[in-house]
Design a protein around this ligand. Structure first.
Ligand code: ADP
Ligand code: MG
Length: 479
């Protein structure tokens, strides 16, 4: 009945070592108020000096999303009062941003892709931080973050569901990580997202009234906040009401959005060109140098992995989304020469373990060489899927040599048909009732009943019997 319309404004903290208009350091986690200079505080008599690194990063991002790089862009003052902005204005770009229209491709779960247009991306400085949880009844101000470069990436209102919004955000995240222009750490605020949400009757071409959910700080919360907000707006319309344009906050504990300020209270920022800064002029050679320094990007890497390792479009999409995971997979695949098997293990056991322990691949205890050794032992039939899992678990707890683990735990797969036959005979004689049932059943039922016997044999062999051989011997002995 209703269709959701979503546009995202993503703020990315650029990983320059110094600030966008001053030489103060940008490192995260320093003692409060030790990293803001007179320029960051906008003291009278000081002048901002643009940091070329920030421009290089913005241009690289623009090139990566196939955007128009604006050769002349302008810094404006966005005026507002807030305690964490002592100079009373933020330097941003309003009418002439550095990056013009571009596009990204998102993949939805079923492998289906969509192109989402990016309206613009502009450079600006971050504000300081208000600290509410350190002093009782008093808000502290930490200005270390003031002047840290941000790239704000604005999408067209073309996303149609919370899941699409998350897919879009993940593509942006992936691109900035490949470009190495930000650590993209949402928990530390290096990447923040404002979600603009409206709904309209399906088929309508007119945009509905939107609300903006500010500063959502994880992929999961983006999905939940948008879903919650869509439900809230539908309820309002169903009850005959109308949505009020306002800024809202998402409360993850209550899973609800709450009003922050309405349009009537909205600031008039009185943007005007910053008189302390000249227009930024970027020449062709700067753009071409940036282009020459672009790394292989996720889409290109995906195509290469499909061709080189013979993996599916979907698998390649999941693997390349995270640059470190993609590197890990490629190393396993290259050492072992087993692309498909490597993809199965990385997407299965490795990702499951990362999710469960909430860690990243860079801190994963099993090295690509170890995993590759494991794959080789599966390939040469030393291990079956069950014993391979046992070895994998041993690697996780810090054991380091695959062959030593196999030897110490006595995991070599039993392929000797004589030994398997002996176990099969035992199982048949110990389960005469089931055997009689099996023999009386139709062949359709028999294939279902076989699992029971296979299970018994595997158990007696302590998981070491070769499952194909067990199946084969059982079927012939049971008939
Ligand atoms: P502002 O500057 O007031 O924040 P913009 O027009 O620049 O507004 O839009 C900001 C974001 O809101 C963009 O990502 C845009 O796609 C999105 N947006 C605009 N209108 C709507 C709407 N009706 N529904 C959902 N998103 C919208
Ligand atoms: Mg906005």
């Amino acid at each position: 009945m209703y269709e959701a319309v979503i546009g995202l404004e993503v703020h990315v903290q650029l990983s320059t070592t110094s600030k966008i208009f001053s030489g103060s350091p940008t490192a995260f986690g320093a003692e409060p108020n030790t990293q803001a200079s007179l320029i960051d505080l906008g003291m009278p008599g000081v002048l901002p000096v643009p940091n070329a690194k920030a421009f290089e990063m913005a241009v690289k991002f623009g090139l990566a999303i196939d955007a128009k790089i604006e050769q002349e862009s302008i810094f404006d003052r966005k005026n507002y009062f807030y305690p964490d902005l002592p100079k009373g204005y933020q330097i941003s770009q309003f009418e002439k941003p550095i990056v013009g229209p571009g596009r990204v491709t998102i993949m939805i779960d079923d492998g289906h892709t969509r192109t989402i247009n990016v309206t613009r991306a502009h450079l600006e400085e971050d504000a300081g931080k208000s600290i509410h949880d350190v002093f009782d009844g008093i808000t502290g101000i930490d200005l270390n973050r003031a002047g840290t470069p941000l790239l704000e990436i604005v999408s067209e209102p073309e996303l149609r569901s919370a899941r699409e919004a998350v897919a879009y955000l993940k593509v942006i995240h992936s691109i900035i990580r490949y470009l190495d222009i930000s650590d993209g750490n949402m928990a530390e605020g290096s990447m923040r997202c404002d979600c603009n949400v409206s709904i309209r009757p399906e088929g309508s071409q007119v945009l509905g009234t939107r609300t903006e959910i500010k500063n959502v700080n994880s992929f999961r919360f983006v999905e939940k906040a948008i879903d919650t907000e869509i439900r809230r707006q539908i309820e309002i319309l169903e009850d005959g009401g109308r949505v009020v344009q306002e800024t809202r906050l998402y409360d993850p504990d209550k899973d609800e959005t709450r009003p922050m300020r309405s349009k009537e209270e909205a600031n008039d920022y009185r943007y005007f060109p910053d008189p302390d800064l000249l227009p930024i002029v970027i020449d062709d050679s700067f753009i071409e140098t940036c282009r020459g320094n672009l790394p292989e990007l996720p889409d290109a890497r995906k195509a290469r992995y499909i061709a080189e390792y013979g993996i599916t479009d979907y698998d390649a999409g999941v693997l390349v989304a995270d640059r470190d995971l993609a590197d890990y997979f490629a190393e396993v695949a290259n050492i072992s020469g087993e692309g498909k098997l490597a993809a199965n293990w990385v997407m299965g056991s490795v990702l499951a373990e990362l999710n469960q322990t909430n860690t990243t691949i860079t801190k994963f205890p099993v090295s690509p060489r170890q995993l590759s050794d494991l794959l080789s032992r599966i390939k040469d039939d030393t291990l079956n899927s069950k014993t391979a899992k046992t070895v994998f678990e041993a690697l996780l707890t810090g054991d380091d040599e695959v062959d030593t683990i196999i030897e110490e735990k006595g995991l070599v797969q039993m392929t000797d048909t004589g030994a398997i036959e002996a176990i099969v005979d035992e199982v048949i004689s110990e389960n005469s009732d089931q055997v009689a049932n099996y023999r009386a059943a139709t062949s359709d039922k028999q294939s279902k009943m076989l699992g029971f016997f296979v299970g018994q044999v595997m158990k007696k062999s302590q998981g070491k019997a070769n499952p194909q051989a067990v199946n084969h011997i059982l079927s012939s002995k049971l008939t």
